[in-house]
Design a protein around this ligand. Structure first.
Ligand code: ZN
Length: 466
């Protein structure tokens, strides 16, 4: 420790700021200079007029002398903070559930505190002339330090400008640039109000993600053991913002498998599920599936339409669902190869058409009908999850697409986890703090659990083994 202090001291002595500091500070001044700054009443009087003793104080030199050391401090402090906060975010955030701000705070607590502590033990660094006896020297050094710290901290922001392609780690807090969003227009605010009236249970993508992550993390789900799939409509409005739910989930879990087709139906089918499930991590693997349709709210407030970027009119949303609902006849299927998903969607939707038509808000009813079909279709496809994972969770709902700078909403309708080793189902829907219809669309019977069949199979197999 003593030798490292001596090394630090010798480095500091070579810096112009330290040299000047030693020349003026009575405690650190070399013996040969002591006579130049006698601490007498005379020196106190003369210091007020800009001179100490017989030697005038060179305030400008004192100020400049402080700059290098304190700039160095500012640059190193800020750059170490940014880089270590980003590294902490990259390495531990997903495992420990840290926000980028929390990662930065922890890095600051560890390294920022160490930096400030080191200043306390480096000899002479914090020394200042006596304020009463040498006010001009004191002020000059103080000004030099303040300027040095400000400049240093500003230059220390350089990691924010570091090119993405040169980064040693590819994801983290510093890689996440918030999109610059102009505030919503008056017309858009009107649309948001209509959306809140029609879909009061709506939540933003990040809010939904927070609920899912906090539940799944507490059950041991990590980026390493989890695979995400989504059965959502390929329409670009579902993926055109960082806050869209699929994008937020993909950012959390790192990768995604697309099971979805038109209107949010899992048209990848049994083969899609088999392929996806076979990709699950082998040791204690977990599977998360998001599913459900989408519906827009147009600029005139019409449900089932949306104003797309660069267009001057509203267009149908979800277009495939509206077309399937409006189709005069059920396609024969002879030409299935040219339009297989739409043909299947029209066939699936047809039994619910009378109920949708009878509803006072048919386009809203169409979204709920689509959800029901998507729910049933996926539930049938996710067969024997116990063969591929330790736990599986599904999150279902309706995505509501809003125009311009408004965040899309998600109306949660299911959030269920199945323990594949015991067959135990946990309904986590209450975690959203929202209400949902008690019954499945077009039915008077309460909807059963999503994993009812799968859980039954697991329990049956367990009972047979006993
Ligand atoms: Zn669609």
């Amino acid at each position: 420790m003593a030798s490292s202090l001596r090394v630090a001291s010798s480095i500091l002595a070579r810096l112009p700021g330290s040299a000047r500091l030693q020349a003026v500070h009575p405690l650190s001044r070399p013996a040969g200079h002591r006579a130049l700054l006698p601490l007498t009443a005379g020196s106190l009087r003369s210091s007020a007029s800009g001179a100490v003793g017989d030697v005038p104080v060179d305030a400008s030199a004192l100020r400049k002398g402080e700059l290098p050391l304190w700039m160095l401090y500012g640059v190193s402090f800020n750059s170490v903070m940014l880089i270590s906060g980003d590294l902490m975010d990259f390495m531990f955030a997903s495992q420990l559930g840290l926000s980028p701000l929390a990662a930065a705070g922890i890095a600051n607590a560890a390294l920022g505190a160490a930096g400030i502590c080191s200043l306390q033990v480096l000899p002479g660094v914090l020394n200042m002339p006596n304020k009463a006896r040498e006010p001009e020297a004191f002020n000059a050094k103080l000004q030099g330090r303040i300027l040095g710290i400000w400049l240093g901290f500003l230059i220390g922001l350089w990691p924010l400008m570091w090119p993405e392609e040169w980064r040693l780690w590819k994801a983290g807090a510093a890689a996440t640039k918030a999109a610059i969003q102009p505030p919503p227009t008056k017309e858009e605010l009107e649309v948001r109000k209509i959306c809140q009236d029609k879909f009061p249970a709506g939540m933003t993508g990040p809010d939904v993600e927070q609920v899912l992550y906090s539940e799944l993390r507490s059950r041991g789900w990590t980026v390493q053991n989890t695979l995400l799939a989504h059965a959502t409509c390929p329409d670009e409005v579902n993926y055109d913002s960082d806050a869209d739910l699929v994008n937020v989930l993909a950012k959390r879990w790192g990768k995604r498998f697309t099971l979805g087709g038109l209107a949010g139906m899992a048209f990848a089918g049994k083969t899609g599920w088999a392929a996806f499930s076979a990709h699950t991590p082998e040791k204690g693997g977990r599977i998360l599936v998001l599913y459900g349709p989408h519906v827009g709210v147009g600029n005139d407030g019409t449900v089932g339409k949306v104003r797309r970027e660069g267009q001057s009119h509203d267009s149908t949303c979800c277009g495939a669902a509206v077309a399937a609902f409006n189709a005069a006849t059920v396609p024969s299927g002879d030409d299935w190869i040219v339009d297989m998903q739409q043909i299947a969607l029209t066939k699936l939707l047809r039994p619910l058409k009378p109920v949708i038509e009878a509803d006072p808000e048919p386009m809203k009813a169409l979204a709920y009908a689509n959800f029901e079909i998507s729910h049933q279709l996926l539930s049938k496809q996710l067969a024997s999850p116990e063969k591929v994972c330790a736990e599986i969770a599904v999150v279902g709902g309706i995505m509501v697409n809003l125009p311009g700078n408004l965040d899309d909403q998600f109306i949660p309708l299911t959030f269920e986890v199945l323990d594949c080793t015991t067959g135990e189902i946990t309904d986590c829907f209450h975690r959203f703090g929202r209400t949902r219809p008690e019954h499945a669309f077009g039915s008077s019977a309460p909807r059963g659990a999503f994993f009812e069949e799968q859980a039954g199979e697991i329990r049956k197999a367990l009972a047979a083994r006993r």
